[in-house]
Design a protein. Structure first.
Length: 322
């Protein structure tokens, strides 16, 4: 009983640390936007004539510390305010919720795709014919290193050019999704997911981590014993890779959020990435701060989830906490 109490207190401590991390991130985010040059009033055609009124109404006046204090006081009560210029009058919390739900349809499959590709490449490279597979992996890593903006442009232009060539020769009828990125469809969404999960060197980074994790497991005595008995190795690997994989996903989530902004803009997809870009372009700091805080909470939340899962499935983690 004392052991479970110790584990509970340890998890509670980590939860409190996560909450404090989000609060610190929120303070930094609000502070950065408060110090950013210009404000939403500058984007209005009649901004000069209504500045005095809007500064008071939107809380854009006062000193830097006063603006940060006011912003954090509102965020701590769950009051994110309303969008100022991007979608005037719409509650920020509604825009954040809608954007996050929409972007999750890209983020989740992109994360899974990146992990599956990485572990698949790492596992194949360790088997027979590793030299040939190593060359293929180096090629894929090189392609993955292409900046996401260039990768998106290459994908869009390449698919459009190939489709147009087929249309000119009368080999296909005009697809409903042609031409990218204007027309919605599975092709546009699939390309966005593939680029988000594979691009900006994600494949190379994930593969290196996956190979390291597999090497540690391959050298473990319990794996050697199971292999000697002829037992199934896949369930064993899956059980022991669950926690490291969750931690790996949490570590790469910040880069994934950054890529989300590029991909949603390149493919004209609505979501948190597009909303963040537009809110910054319109200097809609309440909305930008709300979205940035949601990103920070997502990173911290996934790391906390990985710690909780580790305690549940890994006796060594429980022993360390107890």
């Amino acid at each position: 009983m004392a052991r479970f109490a110790a584990i509970g207190w340890a998890l509670a401590g980590r939860t409190l640390t996560s909450i404090l991390s989000v609060l610190v991130a929120g303070t930094l985010i609000v502070g950065l936007f408060a110090r950013a040059p210009g404000d939403a009033i500058d984007t209005l055609e009649n901004g000069d004539s209504v500045r005095a009124t809007l500064e008071s109404e939107w809380g854009l006046g006062g000193s830097f510390l006063a603006r940060v204090g006011t912003g954090m006081a509102r965020l701590s009560t769950g009051d994110f305010g309303e969008s100022l210029t991007y979608k005037p009058g719409v509650p920020v919390l509604d825009l954040v919720r809608t954007g996050v739900v929409t972007s999750a349809q890209l983020l989740l499959p992109a994360t899974l795709l990146g992990l599956v590709l990485a572990f698949g490449a790492a596992a194949l490279a360790g088997g027979a014919g590793g030299s040939a597979l190593a060359r293929i992996m180096r090629l894929l890593s090189g392609i993955s290193a292409l900046p996401l903006v260039l990768g998106a442009l290459a994908a869009v232009n390449g698919v459009n050019a190939a489709t147009w060539a087929l249309l000119e020769r009368g080999l296909i009828d005009r697809p409903s999704w042609f031409a990218l990125p204007e027309e919605p469809g599975l092709v546009r969404t699939g390309l966005a997911i593939a680029l988000l999960g594979f691009g900006s060197a994600r494949f190379a980074q994930l593969t290196r981590r996956a190979r390291s994790m597999l090497a540690v497991l391959d050298s473990a005595p319990f794996v050697a014993a199971e292999r000697a008995r002829g037992g199934p190795l896949v369930p064993l690997y899956a059980r022991h890779l669950l926690v490291p994989t969750l931690r790996l996903a949490a570590d790469t989530l910040p880069a994934l959020f950054a890529g989300l902004i590029v991909v949603e803009r390149a493919f004209h997809l609505p979501g948190a990435g597009t909303s963040f870009w537009e809110s910054c372009a319109h200097r809609d700091w309440p909305l930008a701060a709300g979205l940035a805080l949601a990103f920070a909470a997502g990173v911290v939340g996934l790391r906390l989830l990985s710690e909780a899962v580790a305690v549940v499935v890994d006796p060594r983690e429980r022993e360390a906490l107890a």
